[in-house]
Design a protein around this ligand. Structure first.
Ligand SMILES: Nc1ncnc2c1ncn2[C@@H]1O[C@H](COP(=O)(O)OP(=O)(O)O)[C@@H](O)[C@H]1O
Ligand SMILES: [Mg+2]
Length: 371
């Protein structure tokens, strides 16, 4: 996958950006608060995923402007494509997005066209922070290789919210317990499918990540990964999510009803599962050093990109926002050496260009590219 043109105007502080990126390496360099992350974010939005920094709709447009436009032209293994993402005040909820000139209903419908892998300083804590981030990571990565997965995991969240509302309503005596049936059945079906998808993705991920981690640690440490379900003891060698797994899932939800009503939320289910990392058999979350956490995060992102390349026969665009400066020289050169086959966008504060690399260097100042 190759981005061939980027035009941005009015997205946050970015003004009249018009670049034809290098097929390999693109470095955006500038002082703090000049718009480097904004630029990465603009590219990211075109991949059809919500902002990685949680920007609200109204804050996407320049504070003193009325509209914004992002236009990204790219080539995948088959053809040239073009994504346009526009919005204007005051109707910021009504985004105008199009793929190859055809308007799509919502930005999420862009998902699956421009595949990106992003790595930000927050990701450095992936194996340390809350399970929430790891579930998000695995869901996005799994959806990238199977687009239909995304609608199931989105739907699950909606149904879960309905169930949780009902739990509270039952607690207040406004609803009956058996009204839970309709939601439990749906959650059991979707949850079983999600468990299977995540479990099989985790296995792929574990394979790639283990090899990469052996390399980055000079063979001294071994990384293993395991998907930990709150519902199933194991789903290995099971595949019948519509019956076998769904029945067990449903039984688990039913058994937890009284407790859930008391809590006001659903205590078990894929929304509480985790992807656990272990170094030499010890849980990373409790035992790993800061450096080990960084290495884990790095290899997870690289593994994600490698799996995507293998499964889709096309390398994703790799976005590295401000992380190189957070890594020591050996981890820096490790990353750089492993993203050789991809188009890369890097932001940084100094002009420390990786050695022996060809690419383009852009300076960004006050939202504009300056020479
Ligand atoms: N809606 C907006 N309108 C105008 N400027 C914005 C808006 N949102 C953020 N900014 C500006 O963007 C800058 C931060 O951009 P960012 O890309 O995070 O910087 P960095 O170069 O450090 O990565 C700040 O100067 C901030 O004021
Ligand atoms: Mg930044």
């Amino acid at each position: 996958m190759l981005i061939t043109s980027i035009k941005i105007n009015g997205f946050k502080n970015l003004k009249e950006i018009n670049v034809s990126p290098h097929p390999k390496l693109n470095i955006f360099c500038g002082n703090n608060a000049q718009g480097k992350t904004n630029l990465i974010e603009a590219i990211w939005l075109c991949s059809g995923v919500r902002s990685f920094r949680g920007t609200k709709d109204k804050d996407m447009i320049d504070i003193s402007g009325e509209e914004m436009e992002i236009d990204v032209g790219f080539r995948d293994k088959r053809r040239r494509q073009d994504i346009c993402y526009r919005m204007a005040r005051p109707y910021v909820k009504e985004k105008n997005c199009s793929l190859n000139g055809v308007r799509v209903k919502a930005p999420s419908k862009l998902f699956g066209s421009l595949d990106c892998v992003i790595f930000t300083p927050e990701d450095l804590e992936l194996s340390k922070g809350s399970p929430d981030r790891r579930r998000q990571f695995i869901d996005l990565a799994a959806a990238q290789i199977k687009n239909s997965y995304k609608s199931v995991s989105d739907k699950y969240e909606q149904v879960l919210e309905q169930r949780n509302n009902l739990l509270k309503s039952i607690a207040f005596g406004r609803s009956e317990k058996d009204e839970l049936d309709v939601w439990d059945i749906q959650l059991a079906q979707m949850g079983s499918y999600i468990t299977l998808m995540r479990n099989s993705y985790s296995k792929k991920l574990a394979e790639y990540a283990m090899r990469l981690y052996a390399d980055i640690s000079g063979g001294r440490e071994e990384l293993s990964l395991r998907y930990v379900s709150t519902v199933f003891e194991t789903v290995d060698d099971r595949s019948d999510y519509k019956n076998d797994l769904a029945n067990e899932y449903l039984a688990c939800l039913r058994a937890g009803r009284d407790e859930d009503i008391r809590l006001g939320y659903t205590a078990k289910g894929v929304h509480r599962d985790d992807l656990c990392a272990y170094i030499n058999g010890l849980p990373a979350r409790d035992y790993a050093s800061q450096g080990q956490h960084r290495s884990i995060a790095l290899v997870l992102k690289l593994a994600q990109a490698n799996i995507l390349t293998e499964e889709t026969d096309d390398a994703p665009v790799f976005l590295l926002d401000d992380v190189l400066s957070e890594l020591d020289p050996s981890r820096q050169s490790f990353v750089i050496s492993r993203i050789d086959n991809m188009q890369v966008f890097i932001t940084c504060c100094d002009e420390n260009i990786p050695e022996n690399k060809t690419g383009k260097l852009y300076h960004i100042e006050n939202g504009r590219i300056v020479k």
